[in-house]
Design a binder for this molecule. Structure first.
Ligand code: SF4
Ligand code: SF4
Length: 438
């Protein structure tokens, strides 16, 4: 693609990078075939190619973002399906990240929208605040249907209340900063990202991860001063808070890397994994660049670490059929497709893949709160495809997808909880409930 940036514009490293990305696009349109929003809306401007043109015009013009650009970029899920499909290697992720930050700097959103985005940014990355908000939402949940109006704000408010879980688990003891020693001879030493929203919604995921790893002889270090990976703010275009979160994590893990050393930094929420693996790019040209690159290089999804250290079950096969839902951040963002399915099969589950497994479930970070209509259509489509597999439960590696899909007919459980169960851990509560009801 031809671009027309001035030398002054190209002096900005972010613009120079976007220019490089834009020039790799040959506008063949192959990416449109696998884009969920183009699939649903049929508008070229809601396809990757259409968005690339909009972003190019916005950046070249150097003017504030227009309402049209914002509408179509906001509808993008950042699912990165287009990157898997693109034959030219266009890095759409970095391009849209730059566009979102540019929009945040130059576009004045309507007041209600600004407040909602600020609220999400204030609550979600902070476990204590998020827990309190969920308790409040739990009380208001029965009244979700009474929120009047068809405005985007009313729709979003209803979506937020409906998504509040039926109960909020207590904080888990495993998440406090400490070293969880290996059981038996030590075979490895890893750091772990405790995450933010996940530890509030499903602390059982971190519990299962630590239990399984330590049982496999791997010491697990929960470092002090780590927090949200920054993805929630990053995807809303909030550059500075995202960098603050990432910087704190880089400092926390670097202390361990330079101290006793780490074999990996385990991440069990694939949305976070995609961001941490990108820290090297995010911090290019910053004083922490080398440390960030090291952290990014050590970051590994739990399925990669379990494969590397040789996961083996200890229980008899449970005779259950699992629908494996590939989170976009895992399959498109990190290109991890085989490991989770192989691990589930090794654990004794029959694994089915739903049709359209490359298409997003609509969760996408805060997308299901900010774009509830599109997210709801993608969710229904995904749940239908999963139901057709005949599976009795859903396994996935990302808390966003589990929350999005778990209110349907089938329980949705993190892959690591199933693997831990088959290696001596407790039966996941959602599976036990479903089996008791069957
Ligand atoms: S598939 Fe790649 S090269 Fe083709 S239009 Fe899409 S982004 Fe551009
Ligand atoms: S990231 Fe997903 S929604 Fe956005 S343009 Fe690419 S395929 Fe479409």
């Amino acid at each position: 693609m031809q671009t027309n940036f001035s030398p002054a514009q190209l002096a900005d490293p972010d613009t120079a990078e976007s220019n490089r990305i834009l020039r790799t696009c040959v506008h063949c349109g192959m990416c449109t075939a696998t884009c969920p929003t183009f699939l649903l809306l049929g508008d070229e401007l809601d396809s990757p190619r259409g968005r690339i043109y909009l972003i190019k015009d916005m950046l070249e013009g150097g003017k504030p973002a227009t309402e049209q650009v914002v509408r179509h970029v906001d509808r993008c899920l950042s699912c990165l399906s287009c990157m898997t499909t693109c034959p030219s290697g266009v890095n759409y992720m970095h391009l849209v990240d730059h566009a979102r930050a540019y929009i945040d700097r130059t576009y004045e959103r309507p007041r209600a929208e600004r407040m909602l985005r600020r609220l999400l940014s204030f609550l979600l990355p902070h476990p204590a605040r998020f827990r309190l908000a969920l308790l409040g939402a739990w009380f208001a949940r029965p009244f979700a249907g009474l929120v009047p109006g068809a405005s985007p704000t009313a729709q979003r408010l209803r979506a937020m209340l409906r998504m509040a879980p039926a109960s909020v688990p207590s904080p888990s003891d495993v998440e406090r900063p400490r070293v969880h020693p290996a059981i038996g001879p030590r075979r490895g030493r890893v750091g772990i990202l405790m995450g933010c929203a996940q530890q509030v919604l499903a602390p059982s995921i971190n519990e299962a991860t630590i239990r399984l790893l330590t049982r496999m002889g791997i010491e697990v270090v929960v470092t002090k001063d780590q927090g949200c990976c920054g993805a929630l703010d990053h995807h809303m275009g909030h550059h500075d808070p995202a960098m603050r979160f990432a910087r704190a994590n880089i400092a926390a893990w670097s202390r361990e890397i330079e101290g006793e050393g780490l074999d990996a930094i385990v991440i069990n929420a694939s949305g976070c994994g995609t961001t941490v693996k990108d820290y090297g790019f995010m911090f290019r040209g910053e004083p922490e660049a080398a440390q960030a690159a090291k952290v990014a290089g050590l970051a590994a999804d739990i399925s990669e670490v379990l494969t590397r250290f040789g996961y083996a079950p200890t229980r008899e096969a449970p005779g259950l059929t699992v629908a494996y839902h590939a989170a976009c951040s895992l399959q498109h963002g990190q290109k991890i497709t085989a490991e989770p399915k192989a691990l589930l099969k090794a654990a004794g589950f029959a694994v089915k893949e739903p049709a359209e497994s490359h298409i997003c479930c609509g969760s996408a970070g805060t997308y299901n709160l900010l774009q509830p209509e599109i997210a709801g259509r993608l969710k229904a489509r995904k749940q239908d495809n999963i139901a057709r597999t005949g599976a009795v439960l859903i396994a996935s590696g990302n808390i966003g997808c589990l929350t999005q899909l778990g209110d349907g007919a089938l329980p949705a459980v993190h892959t690591v909880e199933l693997l831990d169960w088959m290696a001596g851990g407790p039966e996941p509560a959602a599976v036990a409930r479903a089996r008791a009801a069957a």
